[in-house]
Write a new protein. Structure first.
Lengths: 973, 219
């Protein structure tokens, strides 16, 4: 199709051809095209098939308001061709097509629409119950959009930015541009976000002159030039806003071009003030077969012509309800499109100049007429127009029907940020009646239409935003208010809803194939508010985010209700306002994780690193999932564990002991200098949240350790629970400051002796003691004798920067014994054999101290009200019906241990397996489970259900813990 | 056991090896990277000593003869030491240039040299890089340099000190976070700065910037 090249509003480079592949054919367009305009310009009229009925669908809007133009582009499904810039060599495929676009094998579903009433998914094919699981698979195969190949990879450059500004203006039309300029002139930092690739809004493509005789596109371009010339205005085009939030953040995503450093960019602007100038979209006209290819919105036809140089058709009929429709008809006529007729749903109120222009061109205007039916299937053949009641009708053959019921303002940002809208009977709009603090609304969003009014209103909004931030532009505000008062106000809007008929093929929602009939069915079943009808019929739940049905649905519901006084109620708008690619939210894809100083060395030693919370840790060394060799090395020889992820803190100050007493359930006054005290923290419910050791290192100085998972919350936990006391104490997070080497096994002392000249004999450094040692080379180390894995064991806390040196030293010292590293899997088995718990493995949210057999950690003589969780512990100490931690052994050891998390079933679910492993020390599988108290007695038989066991339970018996070295002699050697 | 050579290691791993290094104490410090050019630069300063000061009477402390800034957010730079007030009872001090100072004494002081990593970002206009990783507002005009902001950078809790523009208008910021995040933080910053030409630089470039800033301030 030959493009028009002489138009002043063109935004394509007509002399820069580009080609793409669509459905196996090569099509040509030009630079500046979107995929949709290139296809349309190449003569394609069917873009895809609809979700349920597989009806042919074509170009309807140009702003991605519905799923008609969703396509698979370069392998990525569900991209909206209306919003995707065409690039050389793109591969474009239509979606939801079985067969060809013109002859879809499932097209017959359209005739079975009667079998898919409102609420189909909730009511049909559910009895007998076995039917639905089978039916739903077939339904999903037949219906849907694009298909993502599981192995698809996309080399998209994604990015994110988080700019700070004083005022964020959303919308780059005349009002938004004026608002940005006004705020910037007050010296504020301004960001301007525009969804389309160009500024100018609905004036960008209009050649009609303003009151001064200047074409509107020139006027808008001049405003845009002023904005771009300001250093303190940042302009983001092609950046649709997805959300605005009460804390002042505005989120958008931006599509980048080849010249940008990104393909997709998430933008999260923090702004002290916001101006919403998002304008309007069109309210779809409802009539039979209003979804046929060849039916499009007035803005779509107008922009195809003026922005892309494409005559939408050779001949057209207009059924509109706004002056913009009359203007589009005139412009299409002037560029060679035969306009047979303009039906205007309004009986009066049209701009006399436009009526005169239509008359001058010989275009008939039928006031009060609307489209009743579109004829044709894969292409529009004709349209029947008529009066609202259908008393007069006329069928007109045409290629194109430009259809629109008027405009509807985009108020989603206002309500999302906490504002309120209300239906205004004069304009027919949902207008903002209450704005969130520091937010202004202006422009077409408020019902205005005249360019002078839009400029004045935008200026006023920008100045008021500045005033809210401390500026004093009172004179300018007064001038803007006067200009606004002098300009034409909001015009009366169209009330037209739907052409007469049952509405079986009158589509309210293109995305979900939701019809007027579905709405009537839902209301007949008692659904009387749009929110419920939306969910029952799925109308407005598609990828167009309610763009097409968003306004018509509440109007139709209000009209269908018994009470004529019912005000239309819009449905709740939630982010994202437009369908945003998940990749845009992912941004730069930096997976921020912590690594210990030994990370690389462990990887080099064959460590299988896993993400554990915020850290990378070695699960095992080697391929054996049970880490048997590592376990046996610790039991019989000596092993090395990188335990650097443990939380480590210095707590000091005159009131440090009080703070410790508050958060630990034990009596911290009993801590002795350089002696480890095992201690637990509980929450207010008595549930265990952390455990570790406390060491007194000075009069008012303590060194404490926490579990890895709690380290990040520990400082806040202390501060929160002492916030009203005014105590003089301080806490320093040393988690990353110290690396921790755990040397464990019968030969551990020999290794340590080789690393330090200090006396580490059992008498000088007994079990549970803490010593500050100096390792060879002068490395300071705080050493603790602990026994988590049940063997002679030392924890060496060394400065993180020295950790690698110390580790190598331990490896060298242990080389004569064949020392080897061990990972979390080995540690897990070793400590389980010993009956030691890991919070999170042997506990969940409801588990209190007593459930784990750790009641001895609670000091009952401490003042209860002063210790977090103590009051609850008194209640739960003897509370019946609690789950208790028990050890168990399997009846058939040869079958191996059950899986972690398997339910314990004795007639009903009565607990679950916390951890179960094969014990190499015992030569059989053992585990720990939380079970109902009555099952906790030794010797009780437990039935264990494993996923995939086919209903055949496995059996174990409650056994005493610890399984290994119950006297604890090995830790004390 | 024989005395082994102590090797202290920075947690930061730059994508390229430095062209010139020096041994300082137990540290190996990168002096220069290839292709440093005129910047922008990312410099690893993690090897510098760092101290945490916590006291109910912070105003009475004068480490190295330097008064701790009065208000949270304020910083003071003198003698190669940068002291930042974080809140009512806490301040931090980093050694970022010149000869290492003696360790300050007293109960209120904790050596946190290894607890955190420290990166310097030097760029004429660092906004483009920073806004890709943080929502912290370094451009609010009413803040006098140097100042410290606390908040997420690349989703990681950080302290960021804006030292202000140097002699040639080049700005420097110090980014400080938990040591474990060092590798990913450097990666995130370099990736954010890729389109602006951000590259690793050594201590020489950093010292040059500091010297120029000090001369400029003295003038």
């Amino acid at each position: 199709m030959e493009r028009l090249k002489h138009l002043p509003t063109l935004r394509i480079a007509a002399r820069q051809p580009i080609t793409l592949r669509f459905n196996g054919r090569t099509l040509a367009g030009c630079a500046g095209d979107t995929v949709a305009t290139l296809l349309y310009g190449s003569g394609e009229r069917i873009f895809g098939r609809s979700l349920k009925y597989h009806r042919p669908r074509g170009l309807y809007s140009l702003d991605g308001e519905c799923s008609n133009a969703m396509m698979t582009i370069d392998g990525m499904p569900n991209l909206n061709a209306e919003l995707t810039p065409a690039r050389e060599g793109m591969r474009v495929e239509p979606q939801n097509v079985m067969g060809s676009l013109k002859w879809d094998l499932l097209g017959g579903l359209d005739h079975l629409a009667f079998a898919m009433p409102a609420g189909f998914f909730y009511k049909t094919l559910h009895k007998p119950s076995w039917l639905w699981p089978r039916a739903v698979k077939g339904i999903r195969r037949a219906a849907g959009l694009g298909v993502l190949h599981p192995e698809a990879r996309f080399d998209q450059r994604c990015d994110a930015i988080y700019p700070n500004v004083d005022v964020c203006v959303v919308g780059g039309g005349p009002a938004g541009l004026s608002a940005a300029l006004a705020a910037a002139e007050e010296g504020l930092r301004v960001a301007l976000l525009e969804a389309r690739p160009r500024l100018g809004g609905f004036c960008d493509y209009r050649v009609r002159a303003d009151a001064q005789g200047k074409p509107l596109h020139q006027w808008a371009a001049a405003l845009a030039d002023q904005v771009r010339a300001r250093d303190n205005i940042r302009v983001f085009t092609d950046a649709p806003v997805v959300g605005a939030y009460p804390d002042g953040r505005v989120a958008a995503f931006q599509r980048g071009g080849p010249e940008d450093a990104f393909d997709l960019r998430y933008i999260e602007i923090t702004a002290a003030g916001a101006v919403v100038a998002t304008g309007c979209i069109e309210r779809p006209l409802l009539f039979a077969h209003n979804d046929r290819p060849g039916v499009m919105q007035m803005g779509c036809a107008h922009r195809l012509l003026h922005t892309y140089g494409i005559r939408p058709a050779a001949d057209a009929v207009f059924s509109v309800a706004h002056d913009l429709g009359l203007e589009a008809a005139i412009d299409l006529h002037d560029q060679g499109v035969t306009v047979h007729c303009v039906a205007d749903a309004r009986t009066d109120g049209q701009d006399p100049l436009l009526i005169a222009a239509l008359e001058q061109r010989g275009i008939p205007l039928r006031r009060g007429w609307v489209a009743h039916t579109a004829h044709g299937r894969s292409r529009l053949r004709a349209v029947t127009l008529g009066t609202p009641a259908g008393t007069f009708r006329q069928r007109i053959a045409c290629e194109l029907l430009v259809a629109s019921a008027g405009l509807t303002p985009l108020t989603g940002l206002v309500t999302m940020a906490g504002g309120q809208v209300k239906y205004d009977p004069r304009t027919g709009f949902f207008l903002p009646v209450r704005l969130p603090p520091n937010m202004q609304a202006c422009g077409r969003l408020r019902g205005l239409h005249d360019p002078a009014a839009l400029a004045a209103d935008g200026t006023l909004a920008g100045l008021r935003a500045a005033e809210g931030l401390g500026c004093r532009p009172q004179r300018k505000i007064a001038a803007a208010e006067a200009a606004l008062a002098a300009a034409p106000g909001a015009p009366r809007g169209s009330k037209w809803l739907a052409a007469p008929g049952k509405g079986a093929k009158t589509f309210i929602c293109f995305d979900e194939d939701g019809t007027l009939k579905h709405l009537h069915q839902a209301m007949a079943q008692g659904f009387d508010v749009p929110e419920l009808i939306k969910r029952f019929t799925a109308i407005g739940t598609g990828p167009g985010q309610g763009g097409i049905p968003g306004h018509n649905l509440p109007l139709l519901v209000a009209a269908g209700q018994a009470s004529p006084a019912s005000d239309p109620m819009p449905t709740t708008v939630r982010p994202p306002l437009v369908a945003a690619p998940i990749a845009a939210y992912a941004g730069g894809r930096h997976d921020m994780a912590k690594r210990t100083p030994m990370h690389d060395a462990q990887v080099a030693a064959g460590g299988r690193m896993e993400r554990v919370g915020e850290w990378f840790r070695a699960r095992r060394f080697g391929t054996d999932p049970g880490a048997a060799a590592e376990i046996m090395a610790v039991r019989t020889n000596v092993g090395l564990l990188d335990a650097s992820t443990l939380g480590k803190f210095r707590v000091f100050g005159p009131d440090a002991l009080k703070a410790l007493q508050r958060v630990y359930v034990g009596d911290m006054a009993r801590t002795r200098p350089f002696r480890t005290t095992y201690a637990a923290m509980c929450n207010e419910d008595g549930c265990v949240i952390d455990d570790g050791v406390v060491i007194r290192t000075g009069d008012n100085d303590f060194y404490i350790t926490t579990s890895t998972g709690r380290a990040a919350q520990t400082v806040e936990w202390f501060r929160y629970h002492t916030r009203y006391d005014g105590w003089d104490y301080h806490i320093v997070n040393l988690t990353d400051a110290h690396g921790v080497i755990n040397i464990a096994g019968p030969n551990a002392r020999k290794v340590l002796e080789a690393m330090t000249a200090d006396d580490v004999a059992n008498t000088a450094f007994p079990f549970a003691a803490c010593r500050d040692l100096t390792l060879a080379g002068g490395i300071p180390a705080r050493a603790m004798r602990l026994g988590f894995v049940g063997e002679l064991s030392y924890e060496l806390h060394v400065p993180a920067s020295c950790m690698e040196t110390a580790w190598r030293m331990a490896e060298a010292a242990g080389a004569p014994f064949g020392i080897a590293p061990f990972g979390l899997e080995a540690q897990n088995t070793l400590r389980m054999e010993k009956g030691h718990v890991i919070l999170g493995s042997e506990s969940e949210q409801r588990t209190v101290l007593h459930d784990l057999g750790l009641g001895f950690l609670w000091c009952r003589t401490k003042p209860e009200a002063k210790t977090v969780g103590a009051l609850a512990l008194r209640d739960t100490a003897d509370q019946p019906g609690r789950l208790k931690l028990v050890g168990f052994k399997m009846e058939t050891p040869g079958d191996g241990p059950p899986r972690d998390g398997s339910p314990v079933v004795n007639g009903r679910i009565r607990g679950y397996v916390c951890t179960a492993r094969h014990s190499h020390a015992l030569g059989e599988p053992v585990g720990m489970a939380l079970v109902e108290e009555e099952l906790a007695r030794g010797g009780t038989r437990l039935g264990i259900y494993e996923d995939g066991c086919g209903g055949r339970l496995r059996y174990g018996t409650v056994a005493p813990m610890p399984f290994y070295d119950p006297e604890g002699t090995r830790m004390r050697i | 056991m024989e005395n082994r050579i102590m090797e202290r290691k920075s947690p930061v791993a730059m994508p390229t090896a430095p062209e010139q290094v020096t041994r300082r104490g137990d540290w190996t410090v990168a002096l220069r990277y290839g292709g440093e050019g005129a910047g922008p630069w990312l410099v690893d300063l993690s090897h510098g000593a760092k101290w945490d000061f916590q006291s109910a009477a912070l105003e009475t402390l004068t480490p190295w003869g330097m008064a701790i800034p009065e208000k949270p957010g304020q910083c003071r730079f003198a003698g190669g030491m940068l002291c930042s007030r974080l809140n009512r009872t806490q301040a931090i001090a980093w050694h970022i240039a010149g000869a290492p100072p003696p360790a300050p004494g007293g109960e209120a002081v904790t050596d946190v040299s290894d607890a955190t990593m420290l990166l310097a970002l030097v760029a004429v206009d660092p906004t483009g890089i920073l806004e890709k990783v943080t929502a912290l507002d370094f451009q609010r005009p009413q803040r006098p340099w140097p100042f410290v902001l606390q908040g997420p950078v690349a989703h990681v809790p950080c302290r960021v000190v804006h030292l202000g523009p140097g002699a040639d208008g080049t700005n420097a910021l110090l980014i400080n976070c938990a040591r474990g995040y060092a590798r990913d933080m450097a990666h995130a910053l370099l990736a954010a700065g890729d389109e602006f030409g951000l590259r690793p630089a050594g201590e020489q470039a950093w010292n040059g910037w500091v010297a120029a800033m000090e001369q400029s301030a003295a003038a």
